[in-house]
Design a protein around this ligand. Structure first.
Ligand SMILES: Nc1ncnc2c1ncn2[C@@H]1O[C@H](COP(=O)(O)OP(=O)(O)OP(=O)(O)O)[C@@H](O)[C@H]1O
Ligand SMILES: [Mg+2]
Length: 236
């Protein structure tokens, strides 16, 4: 479904991603984990079309999308739930959700999808008319994820959905992501919460200093000595 080949991303003189190649097959839940500043956001933002690729190619569903603007990638089903949520603070929960469906014209379909998001996150249903800035951090993350779902993604890109959330809310967020995946959406997620991410992902990549340092099934990564000491806080 997604093939990223030899990707390089730079901001002026600073290169953030070096020769990164990753794939995601239809139906997979793939993780990219790594420390602060490793290049995770640069990678997914480039896949989503928010940051240009300096070198390399991005193919989505067999089409070269490397030069395609972000909104055209969304129309193909490549949708990002960005780091830091990026909600419109003075708009309501429902208005923020509806913005995610801007490529869709069918009003009854949009209404149906709003209700699907509320079924996934019942806590949001009772807050549908509340402005986003007064929501808790967890509720804001639910709206951000819901907004990405409104575009009917075939591949959902998630950038640190658990960032800054209390442990109980993190667990709830991971449960929702697992549900979305089980319902048929392919997922590529970037996370620092390595332990819980590898519990739901089938496969993962470890990115360090802008390069892929390690790749494998979640089981293989959980058993890897470097992963256990550097990321999982376990003995080698
Ligand atoms: N807009 C930008 N301008 C200049 N440098 C940037 C920009 N965005 C990111 N960088 C640099 O690129 C590198 C990778 O940053 P990136 O945000 O991709 O990392 P990350 O893995 O997502 O980190 P975090 O876990 O903290 O979110 C860092 O050195 C960062 O300073
Ligand atoms: Mg980041």
């Amino acid at each position: 479904m997604l093939e990223v080949k030899g990707l390089q991303v730079a901001y002026g003189q600073v290169t953030a991603v070096w020769d990164v190649s990753i794939t995601v097959a239809q139906g997979e839940l793939v993780a990219v984990v790594g420390p602060n500043g490793a290049g995770k956001t640069s990678l997914v933002n480039t896949v989503a079309g928010l940051v240009p690729a300096q070198q390399g190619r991005i193919h989505f569903l067999g089409q070269d999308v490397t030069a395609l603007p972000s909104h055209e990638r969304v129309a193909l089903g490549l949708c990002l739930c960005p780091e830091g949520r990026k909600l419109f603070p003075d708009m309501t929960v429902e208005e923020n959700l509806r913005l995610g469906a801007y490529t869709w014209r069918d009003r009854s379909e949009i209404a149906r999808r709003v209700e699907q998001v509320f079924a996934l996150f019942p806590q949001l249903a009772e807050r549908r008319a509340q402005v986003a800035r007064t929501l808790s951090g967890g509720e804001q993350q639910m709206v951000a994820l819901g907004r990405a779902l409104m575009a009917r993604p075939r591949l959902l890109l998630l950038d640190e959905p658990s960032l800054g959330l209390a442990p109980i809310v993190v667990t709830e967020m991971f449960r929702a992501i697992r549900k979305i995946h089980e319902a048929g959406t392919t997922v590529l997620m970037v996370e620092q919460n390595v332990h819980q991410t590898l519990e739901i992902a089938g496969r993962g990549y470890v990115i360090e200093n802008g390069r892929i340092a390690l790749a494998g099934t979640s089981g293989a990564l959980q058993a890897d000595p470097h992963m256990r000491t550097a990321y999982l806080g376990l003995g080698a």
